[in-house]
Design a protein around this ligand. Structure first.
Ligand code: BGC
Length: 464
């Protein structure tokens, strides 16, 4: 690994000290008043732990981290398609993203906090709309910003998982038809090439695309409260027609609102060309992508499980066979009838209406590994809840399941929680709380939740 470039240090940006961190962790406990969980979040538990019991240990070098995505935390991504959509009359967004968590400016303290908690990995994404705000204009200053972020991670011994596109797009790219336009893959590949040339030497693992199967997946999910049989995908496409009229852009499309099949074809081509572009600059950089995989299960009658898997995952699992690794992202299970069936009555649900089902992690890594044969990294997993005790239980069960898979020989290289902090949950705005760290949106104060300290300790020990 090359040495840290001295240009990248910025003494003006003061990192969060260990004392700040502990003060914040104790504050979280004081506020939460969480009995046994609270006792787990003390300065002792944040300090180094006793050597771990071998039977509970994960393989050496296991990646333990938290994830964010540029649009959800940076704030003020004014050149993005979503920013424009948020501000249109009748927008489908609950509220605008605004300053978000101001991670764009506060990343030094956020990265230092992540490392202090015990993690060894940070997954974050580049905001293409900052790097190429107008077609063909690449901002050196914005590339330098991401270079400083990568350098801060290296300074804290964090392995970086860098996603090149996490849903949001440059506005100009969306206006021209997003992933459905003929030149989509070439435009994406040019951006991948430029970004890799500028940043590649500091990247641990690169990912072309975040959850490129979402457009197909949304076809399988009915929108609650919508006319019967209307999928989220169909509702999104109706929304797109309105946007086209409102902004007088007849070709406008984007990640969420595109025609699912055409979008998928565009994304498959973009992944292939983007990956080649990255490898042409840094052949030894591990490249993969992050796939959304629900723990799909067959209901007692009328199962369409195989059909769903063929429709949503198969093309991507095939693609993953040619990657250096596959990132899997899972939150819950679904019983698959003609569409995903509603969560059964009486079953515990998270803030986003999913079943509380941490076992999904074990099942999904086994499935993805068997289908692809490449190393698997869990690049997102977590729950939306205001009650952090539920997150603690969820995470503990999730990593225990992961350990069972590892013990059975499944080639899993890491576990990355979604998310480092409470953030902008797309159309749902700031209501769902996925964070391990709370954020006061007015003051930008971070408050560490017990779940962060507990998972951080597992990370520090590399052991259950
Ligand atoms: C996405 C994240 C999102 C999370 C929780 C994943 O599908 O990659 O951006 O916030 O799920 O909904």
């Amino acid at each position: 690994m090359p040495d840290l470039d001295p240009r990248l240090h910025n003494p003006a940006l003061k990192p969060l000290t260990r004392r700040d961190l502990l003060r914040s962790a104790s504050a979280a406990v004081a506020v939460a008043g969480l009995g046994p969980v609270a006792r787990a979040v003390t300065s002792e538990t944040l300090a180094a732990q006793a050597p771990a019991d071998k039977a509970k240990a994960f393989p050496n070098g296991f990646l333990w981290g938290c994830a964010t995505a540029s649009y959800q935390v940076e704030g003020n991504n004014t050149s993005a398609d979503l920013w424009m959509m948020e501000h249109l009359p009748g927008t489908i967004f609950k509220e605008p993203s605004g300053d978000a968590c101001d991670h764009y400016h506060l990343y030094p303290q956020d990265i230092s906090m992540l490392a202090d908690l015990g993690f060894n990995t940070y997954r974050f994404s580049l905001e293409w709309s900052r790097i190429e705000p107008e077609e063909g204009f690449f901002s050196n200053a914005e590339l330098e910003h991401y270079r400083r972020m990568l350098a801060a991670c290296r300074e804290h011994n964090l392995t970086t998982l860098l996603t090149y596109s996490h849903f949001s797009l440059p506005r100009w790219f969306a206006v021209k038809g997003a992933w459905e336009q003929e030149k989509a893959a070439d435009l994406f590949a040019r951006y991948c090439e430029k970004a890799t040339r500028h940043l590649g030497d500091l990247v641990g693992y690169a990912s072309t695309l975040n959850e490129p199967d979402i457009p197909q997946l949304l076809n399988w999910i009915d929108l609650p409260g919508a006319p019967a049989g209307m999928s989220i995908s169909q509702m999104m496409q109706m929304g797109r027609d309105n946007i086209r009229k409102q902004i007088s852009a007849p070709e406008f499309s984007n990640f969420f609102t595109g025609d699912p099949k055409k979008t998928r074809d565009g994304l498959l081509a973009a992944h292939a060309k983007g990956k080649d572009a990255m490898k042409s600059v840094r052949p030894d950089m591990p490249v993969g992508f992050n796939l959304a995989i629900q723990d799909d299960q067959a209901p007692p009658e009328d199962s369409h499980l195989d059909e769903k898997r063929a429709d949503v995952y198969a093309p991507w699992l095939e693609t993953a066979k040619h990657c250096d690794y596959l990132g899997v992202q899972t939150y819950s299970r679904s019983f698959v009838g003609k569409k995903d069936l509603p969560v059964a009555k009486g079953v515990e649900q998270t803030q986003t209406g999913m079943e509380f089902y941490p076992e999904c992690v074990e099942h999904v890594v086994r499935y993805a590994s068997k289908q692809t044969g490449v190393p698997i990294i869990v690049t997102e997993n977590g729950i939306a809840t205001e009650d952090d005790t539920r997150r603690v239980e969820y995470v503990q069960k999730a990593v225990a399941g992961l350990k069972r898979a590892v013990d059975d020989g499944v080639d899993v290289r890491g576990y990355v929680a979604w998310s480092l902090m409470d953030n902008f949950e797309w159309m749902s705005g700031y209501t769902p709380k996925f964070g391990m760290v709370a954020v006061d949106l007015k003051t930008q104060k971070r408050t560490i939740k017990p779940s962060a300290a507990i998972l951080g300790n597992i990370a520090r020990r590399n052991s259950l």
